[in-house]
Write a protein that binds this ligand. Structure first.
Ligand SMILES: [Zn+2]
Length: 129
């Protein structure tokens, strides 16, 4: 690709990156969990849950800590207020992923520009005549 075309593309990429950074730099409150609904089976030996009628389903906030799943029980009346907090976290993560990809593209473009400006040293060495 022509360096001028690459520079133009870089301009677009930088605009996109600015927009993402603008969004990411002052986030609203969020919680680093996802919302899950789970039905439970209890410890009572003759409970109905053992006959295919589990308890719940109940809502939980779920996350991974050092490879282990951590769950926090969420009372039903709290669910609605946690939805935006959880969604914002999800969106933040996906924006970070986009930012990483954009940075890669920017580096790739700069590498192309770098290569386009390479010149062979043999052509620069003046020959005696
Ligand atoms: Zn049970």
């Amino acid at each position: 690709m022509e360096p001028s075309r690459i520079r133009q593309q870089l301009g677009y990429l930088k605009k996109e990156r600015n927009y993402l950074e603008y969004k990411l730099v002052r986030p609203y409150q969020m919680v680093p969990y996802s919302l899950v609904r789970l039905a439970n089976i209890c410890g009572k030996p003759r409970c109905r849950c053992k006959k295919g009628k589990p308890h719940g389903p109940y809502w939980y906030l779920s996350t991974k800590e050092k490879g282990k799943t951590r769950m926090i029980y969420l009372p039903k009346k709290e669910v609605a207020s946690f939805i935006p907090l959880v969604e914002r976290y999800k969106e933040y993560q996906s924006s970070l992923t986009k930012l990483r990809r954009l940075n890669q593209k920017i580096i790739q473009s700069l590498t192309q520009i770098e290569k386009a400006s390479f010149t062979k040293p043999e052509q620069k060495i003046r020959k005696k005549d």
